[in-house]
Ligand binder design. Structure first.
Ligand SMILES: Nc1ncnc2c1ncn2[C@@H]1O[C@H](COP(=O)(O)OP(=O)(O)OP(=O)(O)O)[C@@H](O)[C@H]1O
Ligand SMILES: [Mg+2]
Length: 496
């Protein structure tokens, strides 16, 4: 039977081991889930398989014979394609959707006559076959996060593939888009394509996979058929301890109105939003992907232009035209697209964590190095950020740990209003609980929290009040007591 094998793979970064002798096997025609906490080594293992990294030790075998995969071109030769976790690194921003999808094909067919009309037609054909619709002439940089992800998926399977790696492909997708992807995976399975599927959403893992491999701390823990394990069991295997998925909600008495916005309009996506947050209150904005949640958060933060509307903090009208205004007024945003907006990948963990609160560390214009280091060390512990040191570049952290840095960055500021846009995307289940705890602590400090998410279970766990957003407007307000997954869904999908 056709298969890919990785044997005793080892990889260290500057002397710090990320993989310590990992075995992994992928068979043709199977969907194999790869699970592990943030920083366990999943993406690193996959990058070795696709030639993005080279291993220090260990072998890769294709159908039983040892092969050399030193570059991405080598991997492609064996029919191995990858949908990377970092969409922004993988796409060329100034090229069109069509060019991004057909990128590898163009390179492969050097010398043949290049036709734009067929480029667009081919790309459209591929997207249509997958059941997705994106304008093929649009530039990649103009796409939403979920569209970018779809372009990457389309690119991977535009080729002749035998093996596809999906590294957290569903994080930015809507439920419908994720289902389309799963249908596509079933189709590929029938064509005997082998797939590796990485996701932190365990229910979907159990929905689509045949086998499950769990990694922990750079090691292989186990490989089992799906039927031989359970969600609770794999959580325990991943974290090395038993754990129940519960969202600890602290009950904080809610005070006076802290932050209020009226008649906010911005472009086509935010069409007149009123809302208020009280001291110590966690207000969730629930809505499907595309409802306008990200756009709302961006306008309130001054990252997108506000066409109309006013914003009031403790009775004072705010003039926010750009993010620096918002930060100065005490309104901060933990953005969804963290690599693009939330962090500086070329800077250290320490600099990223202390950037927002730099004022605290500055005396007479000089940054006091020692207190900055102490503060960031504390944050690393509190958030459980997995990094060899505070001097590591953030771009080198695993995806989930980058997310924690984005959150940590704002925690020690004197901000009053915290907006979180999908903060648990790509975060492992243990770290999720830590993030909820931190948000609870902010509420205890009488801060106001706006929590924007499409994860209904999490919203029901954490929110005091839920605003349902649909098509750029708040269409319903529900108290914590009244809200259920069903009634949120009903209003989120346009019910009246
Ligand atoms: N280029 C690099 N330089 C230094 N360290 C790295 C580099 N790439 C990965 N690492 C480290 O290797 C370890 C494993 O990271 P990896 O990205 O494989 O984790 P992961 O399992 O994919 O986690 P996540 O679920 O958060 O995506 C981490 O500690 C990470 O910081
Ligand atoms: Mg990863």
């Amino acid at each position: 039977m056709a298969k890919l094998e990785m044997k005793q793979i080892q990889k260290s970064f500057s002397g710090v081991p990320a993989l310590r002798g990992v075995d992994f096997e992928l068979r043709a025609g199977e969907i194999h889930a790869l699970l592990g906490a943030n920083g366990a080594g999943k993406s690193t293992l996959m990058k070795i398989l696709t030639g993005a990294y080279t291993s220090d030790e260990g072998d890769i075998l294709v159908d039983g014979s040892k092969v050399e995969i030193a570059t991405p071109a080598d991997a492609k030769k064996y029919g191995i394609q990858c949908v990377y976790q970092e969409v922004d690194v993988a796409l060329v921003p100034y090229l069109s959707v069509a060019e991004n999808i057909m990128l590898d094909r163009q390179v492969n067919r050097k010398g043949s006559f290049f036709k734009w009309s067929s480029l667009y037609r081919d790309a459209e054909g591929i997207l249509a076959r997958l059941g997705f619709k994106i304008p093929v002439r649009k530039k990649a940089e103009e796409l939403t996060l979920s569209e970018k992800q779809i372009v990457l998926i389309a690119r991977a399977i535009a080729q002749d593939v035998k093996y596809v790696i999906f590294d957290e492909p569903t994080a930015p997708l809507s439920v419908k888009e994720a289902d389309q992807l799963f249908a596509l995976m079933q189709q590929l399975k029938k064509q005997q394509v082998g797939m590796i599927f990485i996701s932190h959403r365990l229910p979907e893992i159990f929905q689509v996979c045949d086998r499950i491999t769990v990694m922990r701390d750079g090691q292989h823990v186990l490989t089992k058929a799906k039927g031989d394990t359970s969600i609770n069991q794999v959580i325990a295997d991943m974290l090395g301890r038993s754990f129940s998925e519960e969202f600890p909600k602290k009950h904080v008495p809610v005070g006076d109105t802290l932050f209020e916005v009226r008649g906010i309009k911005s472009g086509k996506k935010v069409r007149g939003v009123d809302l208020h947050i009280r001291e110590g209150e966690i207000v969730a904005v629930a809505g499907l992907v595309g409802a306008g949640k990200t756009e709302l958060a961006r306008v309130l933060f001054g990252a997108d232009p506000r066409d109309e509307g006013e914003m009031i903090l403790r009775g004072k009208s705010l003039s926010i035209h750009q993010p620096t205004d918002a930060v100065r007024e005490g309104v901060v945003l933990v953005p969804e697209e963290r690599r693009k907006e939330g962090i500086l990948v070329e800077e250290s963990v320490r600099n990223n964590l202390t950037l927002a609160s730099l004022r605290q560390f500055t005396s007479f214009g000089f940054v006091r190095q020692s207190s900055e280091a102490a503060k960031s060390g504390l944050l690393v512990d509190r958030l459980g950020i997995k990094t060899p040191s505070i001097h590591q570049l953030v771009g080198n952290l695993s995806g989930g740990n980058q997310q924690k840095v984005v959150i940590g960055k704002w925690l020690d500021t004197d901000a009053q209003v915290f907006m979180f846009d999908e903060p648990t995307k790509g975060v492992d289940i243990g770290a999720k609980t830590d993030i909820f705890k931190l948000i609870g602590e902010l509420a205890e400090q009488r801060k106001g929290i706006l929590y924007l998410s499409s994860e209904l279970q999490e919203i029901l766990g954490i929110a005091d009040r839920i605003l349902v957003m649909c098509d750029g407007q708040i269409v319903k307000e529900l108290t914590r007591e009244k809200a259920t997954q069903e009634n949120i869904m009903y209003y989120a999908s346009g019910g009246k």
